[in-house]
Ligand binder design. Structure first.
Ligand code: GLA
Length: 460
């Protein structure tokens, strides 16, 4: 073998390997190729809770005090984001993955600057957006900003018309923004069909990775043939499919229903780097009970939805916080396979069962009650829920209890009205099994801590 051959063979092999890897990744990478959001993004978003409230002088309770009340009107909006960043980084949120602090509508000045660029309202954001981005980055957080494909934002601020797309994308990159929500008020279907892909290209062309959230499908009814989910997956990291969430259970239920009814179309569209967005989490606000907050969190996790809270993290109750900070729900939401779960059972008795496949042959189940009377004792088996023969380790996500179940064993879950029981299901590991049967006795049950409604023990 000549020297030439000795040297080139490994090189050739390397080239082949590189080719193979890129061919493989080309085959599996259908998402917007900016490397962003391989798992659903998590963070905080201003809109649902704080809307366009810039009037701190008259609404001191709902805007942010950081300075003496006399100066409130000047400082309020910027302080809101600084306060939320402080809470995310100091109260354990960031470590769980909640890293985005996202500004929504009403941040900008009513006029572009002399060079035609968007600019922040100088009174409410005296430091400008870049300073705020730096504040986030210094704390291991990211900043998201809002814009609108159209003449105006939904709140009436300057929008991004087709001729302004490159300029606005560059401005975002110059400001070191990490995520961009591109709303769709005040534009028609033709303009949107041009603008959303153009903005994707323009953001990529800046060289700065900027997560791209498209509201496009929500403006086109959310369904094919008007909406092309293959294209969306190629140009956006996430997209709002449906109407705005409001602070009420009716609103959450309406969203759950729409996503479930259309899951055959929606679920296949999701995957690493490309997510359906049913809108913000509202636990910690005024409209949901604890049961309902758990239901929203559980179902958003099943749907592989982005987890953007819109609440006041300075005053959030410990109950809402523990739901939003539940590690297992977050782990389920953030599963690396990124497969969106589905409703698999819709009972006449108003119990629905949702299922999501997870990495390592695990899965998640949610038993959801749409009932409004009393806790319902729902009886089934894992076999009936399509589980193959075998024994499974069950971890109840909200009661933190474990047990094992065979596919054929009948069990009962007690599901509270408008509430959920959520399980992480995996094949039992041997050491778990021994631990579980400490001293020859079964340790704990996944069920029944509520006396009258406690379910009978499950016989293994
Ligand atoms: C639309 C969007 C909301 C919010 C508002 C802001 O309604 O869907 O999420 O961004 O605009 O005006």
């Amino acid at each position: 073998m000549s020297t030439f051959e000795v040297e080139t063979l490994p090189k050739l092999l390397m080239h082949l390997a590189v080719l193979l890897v890129s061919a493989l990744s080309a085959a599996v990478t259908f998402a917007l190729d900016n490397g962003e959001m391989r798992v659903p993004p998590m963070g905080w978003l201003a809109w649902e809770r704080f809307r366009c409230d810039i009037d701190c002088a008259h609404d001191p309770k709902n805007c942010i005090r950081r300075v003496h009340p006399t100066f409130l009107s000047k400082q309020a909006y910027e302080n809101l984001f600084i306060d939320m960043a402080d809470r995310l980084s100091e109260d354990g949120w960031r470590e769980l993955g909640y890293v985005y602090v996202n500004i929504d509508d009403c941040w900008s000045s009513m006029k572009r600057d002399e060079q035609g660029r968007l600019q922040a309202d100088p009174k409410r954001f005296p430091g400008g957006i870049q300073k705020l981005a730096r504040y986030m980055h210094d704390r291991g957080l990211k900043l998201g900003l809002y814009g609108d494909m159209g003449t105006h934002t939904c709140g009436g601020y300057p929008g991004t018309t087709l001729d302004k797309i490159d300029l606005d994308a560059q401005t975002l990159a110059d400001w070191e923004v990490d995520m961009f929500k591109f709303d769709g008020c005040y534009s028609n279907a033709t303009e949107q069909a041009k603008g959303y892909p153009l903005m994707s290209k323009a953001l990529n062309a800046t060289g700065r990775p900027i997560g791209y959230s498209c509201s496009w499908p929500a403006y086109q009814g959310g369904l094919p043939p008007k909406v092309n989910y293959t294209q969306l997956g190629e140009i956006c990291n996430l997209w709002r499919n449906y109407g705005d969430i409001q602070d009420s259970w009716d609103s959450v239920l309406n969203i759950i229903d729409w996503f479930s009814e259309n899951q055959a179309v929606l679920a296949p569209a999701a995957g690493p780097g490309k997510w359906n967005d049913p809108d913000m989490l509202i636990a910690g606000d005024f409209g949901l009970s604890m049961e309902q907050s758990r239901s929203q969190m559980a179902l958003w996790a099943i749907m592989a939805a982005p987890l953007f809270m819109s609440n006041d993290l300075r005053t959030i109750s410990s109950g809402a916080r523990s739901i939003l900070q539940n590690k297992m729900v977050i782990t389920i939401n953030q599963d690396a396979m990124g497969i969106q779960g589905r409703r698999i059972v819709k009972e006449k008795n108003d119990i629905n069962v949702f299922w999501r496949p997870l990495s390592n042959n695990a899965s998640a189940l949610v038993f959801f009650s749409r009932r409004t009377d009393m806790p319902y004792r729902y009886q089934t088996t894992l076999g009936k829920l399509n589980y193959t023969a075998g024994s499974y380790m069950i971890y109840d996500v909200f009661t933190e209890k474990t047990m094992t179940l065979k596919d054929s064993t009948s069990f009962v879950v007690s599901v509270n009205p408008t509430g959920v029981v959520m399980w992480h299901v995996s094949a039992p590991a041997k050491w778990n099994f021994r631990q579980f049967y400490k001293g020859g006795r079964r340790q704990g049950s996944a069920f029944g801590n509520d006396g009258q409604n406690a379910v009978p023990p499950v016989f293994l």
